[in-house]
Design a protein around this ligand. Structure first.
Ligand code: CDP
Ligand code: CDP
Length: 225
């Protein structure tokens, strides 16, 4: 096999980034978090105070924006925004921004470029169905029950000292799933050729092992990793 190209999609809190990061480390390949890119654009638009209907201004902002992913950090115009983009005020607006054709066009182009020359594992919502539809040699669709996904997010936010309720988090996740699954352009759905992995009740290590096994079987061969 030449390049290893793994696409991971699924709803919020399914474990995409945790699992993808662990696999990248184990296989010594690059991890690309496309959700972080949509979050960074959302932060930029909110900071710019632009009206979300104002296409001309958004086009102008996108033409100048600089988003960089490096060593697990996310940089927006040179500033480390890794923490800021995980805040609930970004989570509650990001799906609106991700549904904008201009934004998707711009980010998909960057994402394809990032994955064009090296072995990568890329996670998001439309990686197996769109961004790396033809390039991926393994597609995984990760999911888990809403309650479990809500609980995972709740724990994370509590640990950061944020005042949130489990009900609010579950509602936010369900709203975002609905929005992401029903938008017109590249909605979240399982690619026909993706392997469905339900992570409910599974540990991170169990899921990582399951996917490493799938990597070993790419092309119907038992590849030695
Ligand atoms: O980590 P979490 O699952 O909460 O979300 P994320 O991966 O950071 O993605 C945030 C949002 O960006 C999603 O809810 C989608 O609206 C959007 N997104 C997308 O539309 N396409 C992608 N490839 C990745 C994210
Ligand atoms: O990227 P995505 O929104 O799909 O999920 P994530 O941010 O990777 O995972 C959400 C949380 O679930 C993290 O705190 C993980 O440690 C946790 N997790 C887990 O407890 N068990 C799993 N099998 C996978 C993730």
């Amino acid at each position: 096999m030449n390049r290893l190209v793994i696409a991971v999609d699924g709803p919020a809190g399914a474990g995409k980034s945790t699992i993808s990061k662990a696999i990248a480390k184990r296989l010594n390949i690059e991890y690309i978090d496309t959700g972080a890119m949509y979050r960074a654009v959302t932060l930029k638009l909110l900071r710019s105070n632009v009206d979300f209907d104002d296409e001309a201004s958004i086009k102008d902002i996108l033409s100048k924006i600089d988003i960089n992913l490096s060593e697990g950090k996310v940089y927006l115009d040179g500033e480390d925004v890794s923490e800021e983009i995980r805040m609930p005020y970004i989570s509650s607006r990001v799906s609106e921004v991700a549904a904008m054709p201009l934004v998707r066009e711009k980010l998909v182009e960057i994402q394809r470029k990032m994955a064009s020359t090296k072995s990568v594992i890329m996670d998001g919502r439309d990686i197996g169905t769109n961004v790396l539809r033809d390039e991926a040699n393994l597609k995984v669709y990760l999911t888990a029950s809403v309650r479990e996904r809500g609980n995972r997010r709740y724990k994370e936010l509590k640990e950061k000292g944020l005042e949130v309720t489990l009900e609010d988090i579950c509602r936010e996740i369900e709203n975002r799933d609905k929005y992401d699954m029903s938008r017109e352009i590249n909605p979240l759905c399982k690619a026909e050729d993706a392997v469905l992995v339900d992570t409910t009740g599974k540990s991170i290590e169990q899921v990582v092992q399951e996917i490493i096994r799938l990597v070993g079987n790419i092309g119907g061969k038992s590849n030695v990793l």
